[in-house]
Design a protein around this ligand. Structure first.
Ligand code: URA
Length: 232
């Protein structure tokens, strides 16, 4: 929300007066004077005018979970355990998942209450790399890296996937990097080249790598550096 609107919502003042008060240096955002009424201020920032609080900062949460197999990437489900069962109850109500993993898939899952931030990770338009270690039922054919790089036609969505990278690790294992996050994307890409994924583990999203110190089922807050999502 614009800073001037936060003032006019809290005080009996017009947007014009709010802009004037802000321009006069009487308003602070996160304890620093802000003179721009058009500045975007979210619910995680505090706002004071003449030293009195107009908006208290809500705590923002950014968590990295090592998702084990068998847990649904959902906030609520009647049949299956969800990843929320792994998170301390006090944090659960506000959190959402930034990029789901299938129930059988494992690895990096990010949970947050900051929707503006998580959209940077999940918005297909913003090409954030997502890195997966994949095991397959059959040896990966020599033409697979080329097919992935060209993009795979998805009949249901009527689209071709963005170019993806494939590094062969062993005949039946690869590291695959995709730049979108479509439904069952990696499994469907392998299916399209006549193969089948038997295990899928997400290692990285943007510049956020799954911490080797986290055992399956464990989580930790992201560091300030990790919260700065954009890839190098
Ligand atoms: N692609 C898949 O097929 N499954 C996942 O869980 C993630 C990417």
């Amino acid at each position: 929300m614009k800073l001037s609107r936060i003032l006019s919502n809290h005080k009996d003042i017009s947007r014009k007066q709010a802009n004037w008060l802000i321009a006069s240096g009487r308003v602070a955002v996160n304890n620093a004077i802000c003179t721009d009424g058009a500045a975007e201020v979210d619910r995680f920032a505090s706002v004071q005018m003449d030293g009195s609080t107009l908006q208290a900062a809500e705590p923002a949460h950014y968590l990295m979970l090592h998702k084990p197999a068998g847990f649904l990437s959902a906030t609520l489900d009647n049949t299956h355990r969800t990843v929320m069962d792994l998170i301390t109850p006090e944090l659960r109500p506000d959190l959402h998942i930034a990029g789901r993993l299938d129930r059988a898939s494992t690895g990096l899952l990010i949970l947050t209450n900051d929707g503006r931030w998580s959209r940077q990770l999940t918005e297909p338009r913003i090409k954030i790399p997502k890195v997966y270690r994949v095991s397959t039922a059959y040896p990966i054919s020599p033409e697979t890296p080329h097919r992935f790089a060209e993009g795979i036609w998805f009949e249901f969505e009527q689209l071709t996937t963005s170019p993806a990278d494939l590094d062969l690790l062993t005949p039946c294992e690869a590291r695959v990097t995709i730049y979108e996050g479509r439904y069952h994307q990696v499994k469907r890409m392998f299916h399209a080249v006549g193969n089948r994924v038997t295990a899928l583990h997400r290692e990285q999203m943007g510049n956020i790598r799954l911490d080797d110190d986290l055992a399956a089922g464990e989580y930790r807050p992201l560091t300030a550096e990790e919260i700065n999502l954009m890839p190098d």
